[in-house]
Write a protein that binds this ligand. Sequence first.
Ligand code: CMC
Length: 429
Amino acid sequence: MDEIATITIDGKSYNFETFVGTEGERCIDIQHLRDVTGCITLDPGFGSTGSCLSNITFVDGANGILRYRGYPIEELAERASFVEVAYLILYGELPNRTQLLNFRNQIRVHAPIHTNLEHHFSGLPHTAPPMAILSAMLNLVSCFHPEVLEVPTTGEEFGQTASLLLSKVRTVAAFAYRTASGKPINQPNPNLTYCGNFLHMMFSDPYVEYKVSPIIDKAINLFLILHADHEQNCSTTTVRVVGSSRANLFSSVAAGVSALMGPLHGGANVAVIEMLQDIKRSGKPLQYYIDRAKDKKDEFRLMGFGHRVYKNFDPRARILKKHVDEVLGALNLKDELLDIAKELEEHTLKDQYFIERNLYPNVDFYSGLLLRVIGIPLNMYTVLFAIGRMPGWISHWKEMHDHQQRISRPRQIYTGPILRHFQQISDRL
Ligand code: CMC
């Protein structure tokens, strides 16, 4: 039975209901706290705040558990395709054969983008970061599809909107890369898989069609599955907050892309590689970097370490570490940065600072190394994260609507100057 939590303020006690989730997580429902007590809670960074009830993803940070709709990430990573996982996250159940074929087909037909939208790419400088292009273009895509701007009311409408977005994000991402590389864009090829088509649009040249290697196709598929959702992280929360104003899905996910860009979130997969390259170039011992990360006066952090939720290990990092080794073996390659990364992990596992703070490699520590090994350019790492996260963003946006969530509008405690009065300097000014 759910218990009652009692809060005492100024000697007066107030009772609040508690709620237990299906996996035993507990919360105190304080939605009416301010109305009855006059007080609000203070939780910058939302470390102790539940912003919603959600059926999509379960994370148990203490035990390194991640499940999409109840299915363990390890099983999905081993055996599923990204499109199958996207369907699972969007609809709540795995598709049967017919449903999967239909969904694939819906994604396939939405792959080309409107010619007028294509023209926008040619107006961008070659220095434009693909993440900035992606965010802007996702907003623009909606201008060409007014039919998907309303909140879908039927399963059919939702399927059309979701498959359109999953498809367009891939095309726009590949075109963003071609633009940033000063190369002509490649039209999608309907005969390829979701990942294969992305690789073709990224790497084919006018006279040489890119031959999609099954090893690389599988690696991208795995990468996308591992990023498909991660409950209320910074970008997903952004999508839900923007969507709570009833902004359309495209504007909401464009905002998600912006939130993902930062180096503390999705941008960490780039920051990790830059850090490892810097370590290699400098020739300084690893201890130099570890000491800097521990020094509170130094802003340097070990990128790819630490997580708000995982306090033991990040299951995605484990899967990726193993897979990088497998891909290197299959391609008969070596990577010096991977050696440095593994050595760095070993050092930190023995270091009291990292042990006491539960700082372990997170998903971004090995994901960048995987992308590097299979030849994905550095400026596309976070873009790939965004493609992978799309099913999660769409599902959370939809769930937020289904639950008729109120507009997100936190309170604050004001700490600025108290009332003072304006003094005019001069009549002339
Ligand atoms: N290197 C050195 N010290 C760290 C690190 C790190 N990477 N991460 C956390 N700490 C320390 C931090 O200084 C603090 O120490 P103290 O208690 O002495 O003040 C303590 O650990 C707790 O850190 P926090 O910043 O309060 O933790 P948070 O939950 O607010 O931040 C984080 C989580 C992931 C932003 C942070 O660990 C970090 O900046 N990591 C590096 C960036 C990174 O890898 N980001 C990817 C996150 S995973 C995937 C994703 O979300 O995209």
